[in-house]
Design a protein around this ligand. Structure first.
Ligand code: ZN
Ligand code: ZN
Length: 360
């Protein structure tokens, strides 16, 4: 396997481009360790460059492993001019850009200057994201550490989930425990949903929704450590679970454990998805329509994606979530999610929070 700093060059030559303009902050961080935003990185065999305005020039000099920092400012010198002059000096013919991560305004500005310099702009997608899907041992260790922080934080606040608290109360408490427990930030906006609202997979916690006995409690949350994210969902019942809640919970849990067992190098993402969805349907429940999982790392949703119809094959080093669910509008939803590392001979679950149904 090539060293990490040689990989982008291979990706560039495979895509038949001389250089790549990187606008996604997570890709910049992955390649150069740079943690700023709103900057432009140019990667090429002639070296890497960070084109930054004055907010980020000193930070870029300190953080970037190899990139030369070039300043730009409005009105002069504009971003497009700086990029075009680097391209011209090095006689680049074709320069790629990340099609999903650039505004029309920036593209317009850059492409005009590039055209004047005789450069052809080439749209690319997921070149660096593809590299990021396979984690190094250091990266998976960071995700593991984030998972442990998350496990502890939920344990710490469990006793506070009592009738009368609001969804927002619990979100604030959990976020506080994540951060005081070692998280740099929350992995995404923490989701806390009570009762029938739990059937909306990504609704926002509300200040005016209070927990009542018999409610489902769905919590989807994560921590960030060293820039890397964890992702866990647990569903509880406030008070004693009804027979219907318990049987639905058992069906989702069984599907989740069965699909985790399928996680190994060579497993097809679509098949893992379909197995869990099939088991939940066979139990007479409304199965999830979202994918069963996604890669997780510097971003909360990254490659590989695990969805219906995808023949993507899992490989050792992928870190993914497995999160089957059932959702019935007006009744509620049950989702159980773990973060899982694909290992050479199978998998290793990184989130340890208990999964048997907890009645709070
Ligand atoms: Zn999640
Ligand atoms: Zn997830």
């Amino acid at each position: 396997m090539p060293a990490k700093n040689e990989q982008p060059l291979k990706v560039l030559s495979d895509a038949e481009i001389d250089a790549l303009i990187i606008t996604k902050p997570e890709n910049q961080r992955y390649l150069e360790g740079f943690t700023g935003r709103d900057c432009y990185m140019l990667v090429s065999s002639g070296g890497n460059f960070l084109i930054a305005d004055s907010r980020y020039t000193e930070m870029g000099e300190k953080e970037c492993k190899t990139a030369t920092v070039l300043p730009y400012s409005q009105p002069y010198p504009p971003l497009g001019d700086v990029l075009a002059s680097v391209a011209k000096e090095r006689s680049f013919g074709r320069v790629g850009f990340e099609r999903g991560n650039i505004t029309w305004g920036d593209y317009d500005n850059i492409s005009k200057r590039m055209e004047d310099a005789g450069v052809v702009m080439m749209p690319t997608s997921s070149l660096i994201e593809g590299m990021r899907a396979k984690k190094t041992p250091h990266e998976s260790a960071m995700i593991g550490a984030a998972c442990q922080i998350a496990d502890r934080a939920l344990k710490d606040i469990l006793s506070q989930i009592r009738p009368g608290v609001s969804e927002l109360d619990i979100k604030i408490e959990l976020d506080y425990h994540l951060k005081t427990g070692g998280a740099e930030e929350t992995a995404f906006d923490t989701i806390v949903l009570f009762g029938a609202r739990s059937s909306q997979p990504h609704a926002n916690p509300r200040r005016d929704v209070y927990l009542r006995k018999g409610d489902l409690v769905l919590i989807d949350y994560g921590a960030v450590k060293g820039g890397y994210r964890s992702d866990t969902t647990r569903t509880f019942v406030c008070g004693k679970a009804s027979g219907e809640q318990r049987s639905a919970y058992e069906a989702v849990l069984e599907a989740q454990m069965e699909s985790i067992e399928m996680v190994m190098p060579g497993a097809e993402a679509g098949k893992v998805n379909d197995r869990a969805a099939g088991m939940i349907k066979d139990a007479g429940l409304l199965a999830f329509e979202h994918g069963i999982g996604h890669g997780v790392g510097l971003e909360i949703h990254e490659l590989p994606s695990l969805r219906r119809g995808l023949d993507t094959v899992l490989e050792s080093g992928n870190v993914i979530t497995i999160e089957p669910a059932m959702y019935r509008p007006g009744w509620g939803g049950i989702r159980i999610e773990d973060t899982v590392l694909v290992t050479d001979d199978g998998h290793s679950v990184l989130t340890f929070f208990p999964k048997e149904l907890i009645e709070l």
